[in-house]
Design a protein around this ligand. Sequence first.
Ligand code: HEC
Length: 182
Amino acid sequence: MRPLLLATLLACTAAQAATTRKNEAAAQIPPFAEHLLGTVRQAIAEGGPTAAVRACQALAPQIASEHSQQAWQLGRTSLKVRNPDNAPDAWERAVLERFASAAEAGTPVKELRHGEEVDGQYRYMQAIAVGEPCLACHGTAIKTEVQEAIDQYYPHDQARGYQVGELRGAFTLSRPIAQEAP
Ligand code: HEC
């Protein structure tokens, strides 16, 4: 085969693999997001937002690990975290900063996503926008009782003061490239 043709074919295969990984990563997010949202909604319906803070605190990390049982590791991160365990690593921070600049420049938060190969892992992030139901715990007018519950579990909480539509953080995923099916 002529070298140019071979190079083109290899480049196409690599591009295809990247698209597949990106789609596969994106497909992991809705069940995880719905599980989190369903849990928070149910907890609010049953016991109000204060009880829901306790439920989130107890259940959010567990939900993330339940959804990370296949090759993919799933989590959430932010430039302003509530749970310090969700703090971004250097790569995540750089991506979040790019998302923040793009959002400031007018790109809708829902469109912000980025996938890349990093040190033998495929890593993918998808931005999370603040919606109306988030304000009870991340907004500017959080009830005193809810604030007290948050302060109790997260004395270093940075995740309040948000408005609807703002960038709250991102889903963050990774999977080892070596483990991919041939
Ligand atoms: C009942 C209160 C409550 C509501 C409502 C709520 N959250 Fe949270 N949120 C929390 C708590 C508590 C945590 C920390 C839990 C954890 O991940 O360990 C958290 C963590 C997060 C994180 C992970 C990063 C971090 O700061 O630790 C993101 C992202 C997030 N929330 C986004 C949202 C979005 C988007 C909504 C609305 C769809 C929402 N939250 C609604 C209480 C709430």
